[in-house]
Write a protein that binds this ligand. Structure first.
Ligand code: C5P
Length: 206
């Protein structure tokens, strides 16, 4: 069983993916972390983000078991991840790792931007999670403030919209719903109702 969750930044797909993995007894991979880990390694070494060969060699040494969102959550890392995510050779390498993860028993929940379209086109269930830009910016602002990190709603909104625009308009694997994806708009939903709606969709698709 493979569950594909795609959607824009801060749509809530990460939280949902974790909960669904636990509910269905599956492993979970947040594929955004694979792009973030490569970006963070390049930033830490002061290497250019456009050098595809270097990015690929970093990707080849990634340990999927050792990706920690807390260490990779910085705003600059998300921005750099979205910039390197346009490199097709890098995507190929990361997609290979992600597929290998997805195909191991007993199956997995993967969340990202291109899971239903590229990484796992034959997934058991595909969900495309959206929410209005304002709702997503508010959630991200509250999340950061909750951790004691000062965050400005308007700045976050502008950043999210810029990243969504880059992710949706890139040539290779743009952010878009797969043809047979179920759309779930969580603008008016809390985490519990989003979770229940997702479980319903998946139960029907099984
Ligand atoms: O989901 P997250 O915000 O951590 O992802 C960071 C960036 O990685 C995204 O903005 C996107 O450019 C890229 N990404 C991608 N494909 C995925 C997951 C993330 O291109 N499957």
């Amino acid at each position: 069983m493979i569950i594909a969750l795609d959607g824009p930044a801060a749509s809530g797909k990460g939280t949902l993916a974790r909960q669904l993995a636990e509910h269905f007894g599956l492993r979970h991979l947040d594929t955004g972390l694979t792009y973030r880990a490569v970006a963070a390694a390049l930033l830490a070494r002061g290497l250019p983000l456009g050098d595809e060969a270097v990015a690929i060699s970093v990707a080849q040494n990634l340990d999927l078991g050792n990706l920690d969102r807390n260490q990779l959550s910085a705003h600059e890392i998300g921005e750099a991840a979205s910039r390197i995510a346009v490199l097709s050779g890098l995507r190929e390498e990361l997609v290979r790792l992600q597929r290998t993860f997805a195909e191991q028993e007993p199956g997995a929940v993967l969340d990202g931007r291109d899971i239903g379209t590229v990484v796992c086109p034959d997934a058991t269930a595909k969900l495309f999670i959206t929410a209005s830009p304002a709702a997503r910016a508010k959630r991200r602002t509250d999340e950061l403030n909750g951790k004691g990190i000062p965050a400005d709603f308007n700045e976050i909104l502008v950043d999210l919209e810029r990243r969504d625009e880059r992710d949706s308009t890139r040539k290779d694997s743009p952010l878009k719903p797969a043809e047979n994806a179920h759309l779930l708009d969580t603008t008016e939903m809390d985490i519990d109702s989003a979770f229940r709606a997702a479980v319903d969709i998946i139960e029907r698709a099984r």
